[in-house]
Design a binder for this molecule. Structure first.
Ligand code: SF4
Length: 326
């Protein structure tokens, strides 16, 4: 076994899965890119966090940028003939690009500023943006691992995933995850816990389990599901974010209007179900007159016919809030 295969074997053995939300096994992804026959290959470290309540990559770029860069370096050594991009949203670019440039000095790594919103963080949209185009999601397959940037095999992982690869190399990986806790809390914070921790464990161990009547939004401040206190004995899907809402102080319609604005602003208008569906939802939450039967049909259409995960995920927060809180 050569050194490159050895690193992939170590990642597989560690059981690392992508920390961007999809949870795909990292070692399998790396192996797929490595096994492609191509003159060029690319690596993208995705630091484009754009959903409210998600700020763990920011925390890692602030506290441990050298470990993140170490993870990218390992990817460069493992995937031959490659060039890497660190893809950052505007705020992170402003804050971290100088420090990262210093850390990457002499390495084939480009620090790239994302000029677009949330959708520009989806892995195929990232490829479009780096190629100088609008962030339009590509049809999959082919996956970026087979055909990504300019048609070449491209390994896309987020900041936290590269951070953990760096920790595997150091022999210091403990299968942890970074959790963002925000909302009605004393202080917004990022915490590191075992990956399998439940929402209840995270809230209890951080001293954030509310004494007031509450609900949470887990997995992202737009696309995350609303959960009641009786539903917290589960792991978080999607981004590891938990937002706490004081039930008495939260206006559910105001919350839904915020989500609707987010999706109206961030969708790309490419496909009818998402473009029209989000518009209809936003009109309904504005008037505060919900036609539940119509909404159920709309959610079904969004989930089953939208082109990308943004449109497919729109129903989750609205449906769970309407069914559980209203
Ligand atoms: S689902 Fe929404 S964001 Fe995705 S391609 Fe369609 S319009 Fe664009």
């Amino acid at each position: 076994m050569d050194k490159k295969e050895d690193m992939i074997a170590k990642i597989k053995e560690a059981g690392l899965t992508g920390r961007g939300g999809a949870g795909f096994p990292t070692g399998v992804k790396w192996e797929m890119v490595k096994s492609q026959k191509a003159d060029k290959k690319y690596i993208i470290c995705n630091g484009s966090e754009g959903e409210p309540g998600v700020f763990k990559d920011k925390y890692l770029l602030e506290k441990y940028p050298e470990v993140v860069v170490e993870g990218i370096k390992i990817a460069l050594e493992t995937v031959d003939h490659s060039l890497a991009y660190i893809y950052l949203n505007k705020e992170y670019y402003k804050q971290f690009s100088k420090k990262l440039e210093k850390l990457c000095d002499g390495l084939p790594i480009v620090i790239f500023e994302k000029k677009w919103g949330y959708l520009g963080g989806e892995e195929t949209a990232v490829c479009e943006v780096i190629e100088g185009k609008r962030p339009i999601v590509r049809k999959k397959p082919p996956f970026p691992g087979e055909s990504g940037l300019w048609g070449f095999p491209t390994l896309v992982n987020n900041v936290e995933t590269f951070y953990h690869v760096g920790r595997i190399k150091e022999g210091n990986f403990k299968n942890t995850k970074f959790f963002c806790v925000s909302g009605d809390v004393k202080k917004e914070c990022v915490w590191e816990f075992p990956a399998e921790y439940t929402i209840r464990q995270v809230l209890e161990e951080t001293g954030n389990f509310p004494e007031f009547d509450f609900f949470v939004q887990a997995g992202g401040g737009a696309s995350g599901e609303i959960l009641l206190p009786s539903e917290l004995d589960q792991e978080i899907c999607g981004a590891s974010s938990i937002i706490i809402f004081n039930k008495e102080k939260t206006d559910p319609y105001e919350l839904m209007r915020k989500w609707a604005e987010f999706f109206l602003e961030e969708n790309c208008d490419k496909c009818v179900p998402c473009r029209e569906g989000v518009y209809r939802i936003s009109e309904m939450v504005k008037t505060e007159k919900l036609d539940r039967e119509f909404l159920n049909e709309l959610f079904f259409v969004l989930e089953n016919t939208s082109f990308c995960s943004l449109g497919r995920g729109v129903a989750v927060p609205f449906r769970s809030l309407i069914n559980k809180v209203l």
